[in-house]
Design a protein around this ligand. Structure first.
Ligand SMILES: [Zn+2]
Ligand SMILES: [Zn+2]
Length: 232
């Protein structure tokens, strides 16, 4: 006999969204994100809002997609609460460097949420802003500074959840071009290292199929700075 949650692994998240229980959602997002911070809180809040507006639920099969425009903390709140993740191909990353995202149905019908004036976050806690500069940007704070920042961030995160959406977000109905469903590609074997590679990523070297690392050719990398081309 299966409990309901075994059939729907996202049941707890869906129930919390329906009940407007953002605190619960924030606790859940911490499991993925590793800490509580205002921008992941905004991601959680934005995600819950768009899911309610579009009336969708996600089973991670690309029936709904999240188009994120940044890879900062905001996007982790979006991933876990929308269920559109890096691994299930329902997360689309546009390297715009904006704290914004769109949740869209396959039809292209979507809702875009962007943050109004990020500065507001610093005004809400000048002490946290100062510690952020010291601990995160300059990587120089003491253990006590880190602990204090963790505590302030947590308080700030949960207080952000209580703000009216319209005070922190611009929310717009949009129509977007949703990419096609992820294709399933054949695998080929690298003739140098012997590992399998998804076919379109195979390269040819000396007339043989090889993987990108064995080819020595350039590749794309998504890291903290966004997408860049790595040339070796
Ligand atoms: Zn964070
Ligand atoms: Zn190889």
């Amino acid at each position: 006999m299966h409990s309901r949650s075994e059939e729907n692994p996202r049941q707890e998240i869906e129930e919390a969204i329906a009940a407007g229980d953002l605190n619960r959602l924030m606790m859940i997002s911490g499991m993925l994100h590793g800490h509580f911070c205002p921008f992941s809180a905004l991601g959680v809040k934005a995600a819950a809002r768009t899911i309610k507006e579009l009336g969708v639920s996600s089973t991670g099969m690309e029936e709904v997609v999240a188009i994120v425009e940044t890879n900062n903390c905001f996007s982790d709140g979006v991933q876990i609460i929308t269920g559109c993740s890096f691994g299930n191909n329902a997360l689309i990353y546009r390297d715009y460097g904006k704290t914004a995202f769109t949740l869209a149905k396959r039809t292209g019908e979507g809702v875009r949420v962007s943050i109004r004036a990020d500065r507001a976050m610093e005004e809400r806690s000048p002490e946290a802003a100062e510690l952020f500069e010291k601990v995160v940007i300059k990587r120089s704070g003491s253990e006590a500074d880190k602990e204090r920042l963790t505590k302030l961030w947590k308080e700030l995160s949960f207080s952000v959840l209580r703000l009216p959406d319209e005070e922190v977000f611009d929310i717009k109905r949009v129509t977007v071009d949703v990419p096609t469903y992820a294709r399933i590609f054949a695998s080929v074997k690298c003739s140098v290292c012997g590992e399998n590679i998804m076919e379109p990523r195979a390269r040819v070297k000396d007339g043989k199929l090889v993987c990108i690392p064995c080819s020595g050719q350039e590749y794309y990398q998504l890291a903290g700075d966004g997408i860049s081309t790595i040339t070796r």
